[in-house]
Design a protein around this ligand. Structure first.
Ligand code: PEP
Ligand code: MG
Length: 595
């Protein structure tokens, strides 16, 4: 087949070369094709055996239910078994295959659509809701048919040459991939700062998103190259192109090896300012990588990942003890270095489970602290778990998405309540645990004194701050090109927060994706930022940039960037900022020339 390339959005750097592994779609979005007469019986058998497998699956779930499981749960599974046995689902699709020569998935989806339409007509709201049950049973059959369960990428060494191609991957799905070190991934949907992209970046593998129809154009087992810096995927490359990319891949590896010498070096600028480089993690096990990469602590533990993908659990939320163990694990792994745990931030592109209904403008809806304040018991449970873990090492509490003074006050009250509950239980915790806020809503950045007065530290979430300032959904690839950290409004908010924080003597860090991208290191340094929080894999390259920076040169140049308001003038000032050479670099190049 002729080679071709697809263009999307770069989300994770590097070059990956491997064979395509197509992930089956999770929803009722399946391939439609007609089958030949002689295949009809085999296709019918395929559907029959999928239905049988789901029968067995439901039976196992039913018999394995713990004794104390709520009665509704058993009833719910019984309803699904009944639906599965109904001829409307177990026979009509077989007839569709027989008479219309549809493939099994198409036949099944056709019948589910038909049944769903009939349910929509029903007056009784209870019965109307049973449509969801039919769809869930349908999805179970589809999962067996498309083999999505077994279509998960292989683990271990076999994964090293695999590139996962999918229409979309949810943040929860990405979590499942953590144990399979595959070479890269490509999706049709997604923006550069969607949570899925962030998790991919934390896996430190090349990736490209927003590829539109890659999952339709790429075939299973196609040879692919991902150019993670350019957001390009080359399908079936020619031998020459392949050789060029292999050479580039090796060069990158060598550069990385060189950087690894900096692991133990402190991040000090040429003029002697010590910069704190800390890590963003999603799960407690990631703390080991953070330590390994030389992180001075954890700047952002996205605790919501402990809450995601719990569809199979009886409880919607993890229990206090379960959470306590996770937080404690992270604290112990960091051996006395501070761990900043962000309280639950769900909603928008981070639904608790895949089936959750999303609001009209989910990113503007009941997300993060808004959700937590509306679920006080759940919030108290999390706070108690975090507080208990603070007895085992330094923890800082970080609260997402606050904008209003009353939200801060209510949050501080709830924290006090959680402390009081632990005192009554005689459980130990750090009485002076620092509490900070994410500055990620423009209103918060513009009303900083409200935050400075009430809190101990601030952390700028540039991913959301940019999303909300420019009104760009960070998940939507259609508007990804408008996501611009150099927009004058974004620059103004960033520098305002950093300088006001410094003036007030309150620590400010940046934990959004900007902090881990060397493109922005000098800009943030020149604005006065002293703490950067990023994926462990980005720490060494940012450190390298810091070691080669001199604040005495950067600060006046960043002022020029700030004074420029036209995009071209900003870009020119940024180019000069990057070109500034520190005395050290000048010395090194002289030495190199003499050799
Ligand atoms: C941010 O918004 O920049 C941030 C760090 O939080 P999240 O990406 O999890 O929303
Ligand atoms: Mg955020």
């Amino acid at each position: 087949m002729a080679s071709f390339s697809l263009h999307g959005i770069a989300v994770s750097q590097g070059i990956a070369i491997g064979r395509a592994h197509l992930m089956a779609p999770a929803a009722l979005d399946v391939k439609h094709y007609l089958i030949a007469d002689e295949q009809v019986e085999a296709e019918i058998e395929r559907l029959k055996s999928a239905i049988k497998a789901v029968h067995e699956e439901l039976h196992t779930i039913r018999t394995d239910l713990p004794k104390d499981a709520p009665a509704e749960l058993g009833a719910f599974i019984d309803v699904h078994s009944l639906i599965l046995s109904d001829p409307m689902l177990s026979e009509v699709p077989l007839n569709i295959i027989r008479h219309r020569a549809y493939n099994a998935e198409w036949a099944l989806v056709t019948q589910i659509d038909e049944l769903s339409a009939q349910f929509d007509e029903i007056e009784d709201p209870y019965l109307r809701e049973r449509k969801a049950d039919i769809q869930q049973v349908g999805e179970r059959i589809l999962k067996v048919l498309t083999g999505s369960a077994i279509h998960l990428p292989p683990t271990g060494e076999a994964a090293a040459n695999i590139i996962v191609v999918a229409h979309d991957i949810s943040p929860a799905d990405m979590l499942q991939f953590r144990d399979s070190a595959f070479a890269g991934f490509v999706t049709d949907l997604g923006g550069p700062n969607s949570h899925t992209a962030i998790v991919a970046r934390s896996l430190d593998i090349p990736a490209a998103v927003g590829m539109h129809n890659a999952s339709a154009l790429v075939k299973h087992d196609d040879l692919l190259i991902i150019d993670g810096d350019a957001g390009v995927v080359i399908v079936d490359p020619s031998p020459l192109v392949l050789a060029q990319y292999r050479a580039r891949q090796e060069r990158l590896l060598r550069e990385r090896k060189k950087l690894s010498r900096l692991k133990k070096t402190p991040a000090i600028t040429q003029d002697g300012e010590l910069i704190s480089l800390v890590a963003n993690i999603e799960l407690p096990a990631d703390a080991a990588n953070a330590w390994e990469a030389g992180a001075m602590g954890i700047g952002l533990f996205r605790s919501e990942f402990l809450f995601m993908g719990r569809a199979g659990h009886l409880e919607k939320f993890p229990s206090e003890d379960e959470q306590f163990e996770s937080y404690k694990q992270a604290v112990i792994a960091m051996k006395g270095r501070p761990v900043t745990i962000r309280t639950l931030d769900v909603g928008a592109d981070k639904p608790l489970d895949e089936d959750e209904e999303t609001a009209l403008n989910p990113a503007l809806g009941l997300r993060a602290i808004r959700y937590c304040l509306s679920e006080p018991q759940m919030f108290l449970t999390q706070l108690r778990a975090i507080l208990r873990a603070s007895h085992f090492g330094p923890i800082k509490l970080l609260i997402p998405m606050m904008a209003h003074a009353f939200e801060i006050d209510q949050t501080l009250n709830i924290i006090e309540q959680a402390k009081q509950q632990l005192r009554e239980r005689k459980q130990k915790f750090d009485e002076d645990i620092p509490v900070g806020a994410m500055i990620e809503i423009p209103a918060a950045a513009l009303a900083l004194p409200l935050f400075i007065k009430r809190l101990d530290f601030l952390s700028i979430g540039t991913n959301d701050l940019i999303q909300y300032t420019l009104a760009i959904d960070r998940v939507d690839h259609e508007v990804a090109h408008l996501y611009d950290p150099l927009h004058p409004a974004v620059l103004f908010l960033l520098s305002t927060v950093i300088s006001q924080g410094r003036k007030a003597g309150i620590p400010v860090s940046v934990c959004g994706e900007m902090a881990g991208d060397v493109k922005w290191t000098r800009l943030l340094l020149g604005m006065g930022l002293l703490e950067f929080s990023m994926h462990p894999s980005q720490i060494l390259s940012v450190k390298n940039e810091i070691l080669n920076s001199d604040l005495r040169l950067l600060e006046p140049q960043v002022k020029k960037v700030m004074r420029a308001s036209e995009p071209a003038a900003i870009a020119a000032a940024m180019a000069q900022l990057q070109a500034l050479t520190s005395e050290q670099e000048v010395k090194e190049s002289k030495v190199a020339r003499r050799r």
